[in-house]
Design a protein around this ligand. Structure first.
Ligand code: FES
Length: 580
């Protein structure tokens, strides 16, 4: 059904704080005036919270403070009242034990920052991996008009004449050093070449994937995802988004109007087309859970199964986000999906127009970056969801980043009980392993690590690398960086720390992987499996206090988004009682 804008003018949520002459209102309004705001700003105009994940400790978002000034300019121009609010910011490259452990904490805190303060609408200023889903989750739970502004990707990295991608070449160079193909000195020199400007990872890693998801969902203005951080058009996008959120508040265009099942299906297909990160699976499931859309892992397999990966970007392909922008950006990809009958064209976007209205005039300026269908990187680019006695609730694999010769394979398991066990033994030449084996890593899931770290793409043993082997099958309950690649089976559910079958795999067991038939099988009898599960005890103590306790006690499985069980659902943003 077409969206019907609300009547304007009308009384907004912020009026509960700022309108009238009661003691409470004078208290709220008067204290705001200590910042020099004139009377007429409290005249019922939309108050817009600019929720900013800027932090010196989140380098990918380090430029968002400056970018917020452009958002503010747009809000002023459109007759709104901007207020910038710093929010929880977890950097993927800095936060320990893993930023993912704090995605839900960020979402929880931001939700209450929205709910407890006089905002009528929100601008979600995000970039680094976890910042985008955490703010989208919070916005979905509060359901106030909201628009995403991402910080944009870094410029291309170049090293020794080669295009180098953030993250992707960290893994590549690290393996090359271990294989004796690169010196440690060159690796150190590459450090500054890979990340040479402001912005998020310039590959189709998780940050670029989530920026693409936000746009495909309709939560960002069309064209937002690919504009480089330092391009002046990024600042124009920020200003236009500032203007737009004011009208969204007047129209009462909310996340629940935009985040429909059709929008999620569009985003899943888009993820396949761009060769997006496996991390989008767990984030999109969580966002859907907040807005009440019953999205499942099976939807990922069903919607993505026949989607060709047409974007030639690292880690699956050759180029980087800068070239994606020059080629026309995400609107070109969405248009191609629509022309192939794989996009719900009528899905609504923050512009108030449909996704098809936004992309129908897009043009592809470089067919080596956005490939024709017959030159796609893979015809089956969606996320493959494998199931079997090793993963009763599912495990995922990204075919476009995997090796075709390993898509059907039976191999001997080499088991690492946790990441410390892996680190202790992987470089040992006495480790009984070769390239036909399957590496299995346990206790790295949402409860296990805790926080589900990006360690699923564990590096290969040096003795295998030295043979020139570049890939082996790896299975875990962990995630992997969106910038990583390889035949890596992730998010195995239930996880080992929750007593899933992964917990009882032993070195020497045989495992069968059959991606075409979506099968992941531990080749032992059902009786043996049940006997091992009956004997199982957790490998690690649970946290006894603090956020780690809360997280481990309430985090759900990766198969449903790894949200905290008590945070699922849309609670809205009621005004609440005043305490004065
Ligand atoms: Fe922040 Fe990649 S580490 S965007």
């Amino acid at each position: 059904m077409a969206f019907k804008p609300a009547k304007w003018p009308r009384k907004l949520r912020s009026a509960e704080w700022y309108e009238g002459s009661t003691k409470d209102v004078i208290y709220h309004r008067g204290w705001m005036k200590n910042q020099g705001y004139p009377d007429d700003l409290f005249d019922g105009r939309p108050v817009i919270g600019i929720l900013n994940t800027w932090s010196d400790m989140t380098p990918c978002n380090g430029h968002l403070r400056e970018l917020a000034e452009k958002v503010k300019a747009g809000i002023w121009e459109a007759g709104g009242f901007p207020m910038e609010v710093p929010v929880f910011s977890a950097s993927e490259n800095t936060f320990r034990p893993t930023a993912m452990m704090f995605r839900n904490l960020a979402a929880l805190s931001i939700e209450e920052q929205i709910r407890g303060q006089p905002m009528d609408g929100c601008v979600l200023m995000v970039g680094c991996d976890k910042t985008t889903p955490s703010l989208l989750m919070a916005a979905a739970s509060c359901d106030l008009p909201s628009i995403v502004v991402t910080g944009g990707p870094m410029l291309n990295g170049w090293f020794q004449g080669e295009r180098v991608g953030a993250g992707t070449h960290l893994w590549r160079f690290s393996e090359a050093v271990k294989a004796g193909e690169m010196t440690q000195e060159d690796f150190l020199e590459a450090e500054s070449a890979v990340t040479r400007s402001s912005g998020t990872c310039n590959t189709m890693g998780t940050a670029s994937s989530m920026a693409s998801m936000a746009e495909a969902l309709g939560m960002a203005l069309s064209g937002n995802a690919a504009i480089p951080a330092v391009d002046s058009r990024r600042r124009v996008m920020a200003q236009l988004s500032g203007r737009r959120i004011v009208q969204m508040v007047k129209d009462d265009l909310k996340p629940s109007d935009i985040l429909t099942r059709e929008a999620f299906e569009n985003a899943i297909r888009c993820n396949g087309a761009v060769g997006g990160s496996t991390n989008t699976v767990v984030h999109m499931l969580a966002i859907a859970g907040r807005v009440g859309v019953d999205l499942t892992l099976d939807d990922w397999d069903r919607c993505g199964r026949d989607i060709a990966t047409i974007l030639n970007l690292q880690p699956s392909g050759k180029y980087l986000m800068e070239e994606f922008f020059y080629a026309g950006g995400l609107p070109v990809v969405l248009k191609r999906l629509a022309e192939g009958g794989k996009l719900h064209k009528t899905a609504l976007t923050v512009s108030g127009r449909t996704v098809w209205d936004e992309v129908k005039d897009a043009k592809n300026w470089n067919e080596d970056v956005i490939l024709p269908l017959d030159k796609a990187l893979t015809q089956k680019g969606g996320i493959a969801v494998l199931k079997g006695n090793l993963a009763p609730k599912g495990a995922i694999l990204k075919p476009s980043a995997a090796s075709p010769h390993l898509m059907q394979h039976r191999g001997r398991a080499v088991v690492f009980e946790d990441i410390d066990d892996y680190k202790a033994r992987i470089n040992d030449d006495a480790l009984d392993i070769d390239e036909t084996c399957i590496m299995v890593l346990k206790n790295c899931g949402p409860k296990g690590y805790p926080g589900m770290a990006e360690v699923g793409n564990m590096g290969l043993p040096p003795k295998v690398l030295k043979k020139g082997v570049k890939d082996m099958i790896r299975i875990s309950d962990a995630r992997m960086s969106g910038t990583a690649y390889g035949t890596v089976i992730l998010h195995t559910s239930p996880e080992a720390a929750a007593g899933g079958p992964l917990a009882v795999v032993r070195s020497g067991d045989m495992i069968e992987v059959d991606v075409e038939n979506r099968r992941l099988h531990l080749d032992i009898t059902e009786a043996e499996l049940q006997a091992r599960l009956a004997d199982w005890t957790p490998a690690h103590e649970r946290a006894e206090s603090g956020y780690a306790w809360l997280h481990q006690a309430h985090v759900e499985g990766a198969d449903t988004g790894a949200d905290l069980d008590f945070l699922k659902g849309c609670r809205g943003a009621p005004v609440g009682k005043d305490s004065h």
